[in-house]
Design a protein around this ligand. Structure first.
Ligand code: ATP
Ligand code: MG
Length: 358
C-alpha cells in the first residue's frame, strides 16, 4: 500500500511555534525521509470559514501568509503538493455523503470541538458548519487516501472520527474504498500542545498568545522577555517553581544539550539549570536570555528563508494553483470510487442503465 501524508493548517493567522514543534517540523522530516509516496499539505480555508464566516477577509489575507510559512520552514514544492481546500469542491461533496454515517451525539462527544465551542463562546448558537467540521476533515484526509497525518495532540479526536467514518463507509457499502489514517504526534510531551506565552493551555492563533515564525528577532526578544514565569519568584534568591512556568516549558521544547556549550557553559544540562532555579538564586531574566538565544538560533534560518520567498510571490501563486489542480484530480478519483461503491454514479453504471431499459 502506498504511504501518503495529508495534513494542513487553517489560514486564520500566520503560523506560530506551536505549529512548528507540533507538526511542521515533523512534516519536513517526513518529507526529507523519502519514505512517502505522496505528501499533501492543505491550507484549510473552508474549515477556517466555519468559525470565521463573517470575516472572509481574514481567511483570504492569510492564505499567502501560511504558504510563506510552509516554504520558510523548508517544505519543498518539488516534494509536496500544497493546495487550497476550497479549490477542491470534491471535498465538500464527500462530506455530504459522510454526514449520513455520523450521529449528532457522536459529534457532541468530540472533546476538541467541545473545547473550541467554549473558547469561541458558541455555546448557545453553534454554526452547523463548525459543528460538523470533523466530518469535513475526514473528507480531506480520506480524499487523498492518507495513511499518515502528522498533527498536534488536539487533533487526535478528529483522526479517530475519520477512522470511524472509513470503517463505517467500507462496511456499509461493502467495498474497501477508503483508507484508515494514523495520526503521528510529537514524541516530546510538551510539543504535543505547546502552551501560549501567557502560560495558557495552548498557543493558538485565536488567543493572541503566539510567537510567530515570521516575528523579527526584536519581536521574539520582546515576547520572550515578557513571558509568564512563576509569579511568586519575586527576588532572585526566592526558590522558583517550574509548574506552569512557560519559560521552562519552552526550554523543554527547544533546548538541546549542545545549547549549553554554545550559549551558557556555566550549566551542563537542563536538569542542572532547573535544579538551581528551584533552589533559588537564579533570576528569570538570565533564563529568558538563554531561551531567546536558543529560539533565535532555531528561528533565524526560517525567518531568512521567509524573507527570500516574500520576493517570489508569483511563483508561490503558481505553486498553489498547480497544487490545487493536482489535489482536485486525486480527490475526484476518490469521489468517483465513493459514488461507485454507493451505486449512485448512474451514467457510468452498466447495471443501472440496463435495468432502466428493461
Ligand atoms: P485556530 O486557533 O484558528 O484553531 P491553531 O493555532 O489552533 O488555530 P490550527 O490551524 O488549528 O492552528 O492547527 C494546525 C496544526 O497545528 C494542527 O495539527 C494542530 O494540532 C497543530 N497545533 C496548533 N497549535 C498547537 C500547539 N500549541 N502545540 C502543538 N501543536 C499545535
Ligand atoms: Mg486549531
Amino acid at each position: 500500500m502506498e504511504k501518503i501524508i495529508l495534513t494542513g493548517d487553517r489560514p486564520t493567522g500566520r503560523l506560530h511555534i506551536g505549529h512548528y514543534v507540533g507538526s511542521l517540523k515533523r512534516r519536513v522530516e517526513l518529507q526529507n525521509s523519502g519514505e512517502f509516496d505522496k505528501i499533501y499539505i492543505m491550507i484549510a480555508d473552508a474549515q477556517a470559514l466555519t468559525d470565521n464566516f463573517d470575516n472572509p477577509e481574514k481567511v483570504r489575507q492569510n492564505i499567502m501568509q501560511v504558504a510563506l510559512d510552509y516554504l520558510a520552514v523548508g517544505l519543498d514544492p518539488e516534494k509536496v503538493t500544497i493546495f487550497i481546500q476550497s479549490q477542491v469542491p470534491e471535498l465538500t461533496e464527500l462530506s455530504f455523503y459522510y454526514m449520513n454515517l455520523v450521529t449528532v451525539s457522536r459529534l457532541q462527544r468530540n472533546p476538541t470541538v467541545k473545547n473550541e465551542i467554549v473558547m469561541r463562546n458558541f455555546e448557545t448558537s453553534i454554526p452547523v458548519g463548525f459543528f460538523t467540521y470533523p466530518i469535513s476533515q475526514a473528507s480531506d484526509i480520506t480524499a487523498f487516501k492518507a495513511t499518515t497525518v502528522p498533527v498536534g495532540e488536539d487533533q487526535l479526536p478528529m483522526i479517530e472520527q475519520a477512522r470511524e467514518i472509513v470503517r463505517k463507509f467500507n462496511q456499509t457499502y461493502q467495498k474497501d474504498v477508503l483508507v484508515e489514517p494514523e495520526a503521528v504526534i510529537p514524541s516530546n510531551e510538551i510539543c504535543k500542545r505547546l502552551p501560549g506565552t501567557d502560560g495558557s493551555a495552548k498557543m493558538s492563533k485565536s488567543l493572541g498568545n503566539c510567537i510567530y515564525l515570521a516575528d523579527t528577532a526584536e519581536e521574539l526578544r520582546t515576547k520572550v522577555m515578557s513571558m509568564y514565569t512563576d509569579p511568586n519568584h519575586i527576588k532572585v534568591t526566592d526558590p522558583g517553581s517550574l509548574e506552569g512556568n512557560a519559560v521552562f516549558t519552552y526550554l523543554d521544547a527547544f533546548c538541546r544539550p549542545e545549547h549549553f556549550a554554545q550559549f551558557w557553559p556555566e550549566y551542563e544540562s537542563l536538569d542542572a539549570l532547573k535544579e538551581h532555579y528551584q533552589r533559588g538564586g537564579l533570576g528569570d531574566v538570565k533564563v529568558k536570555k538563554f531561551l531567546y538565544a536558543i529560539m533565535d538560533s532555531e528561528l533565524a534560518p526560517i525567518r531568512e528563508r521567509r524573507l527570500a520567498w516574500e520576493k517570489r510571490i508569483p511563483e508561490i501563486i503558481e505553486i498553489l494553483r498547480k497544487g490545487s489542480a493536482e489535489a482536485e484530480r486525486v480527490a475526484a478519483q476518490t469521489l468517483s470510487e465513493v459514488k461507485q461503491a454507493m451505486k449512485i454514479d448512474y451514467f457510468n453504471d452498466e447495471e443501472w442503465l440496463r435495468e432502466q431499459m428493461q
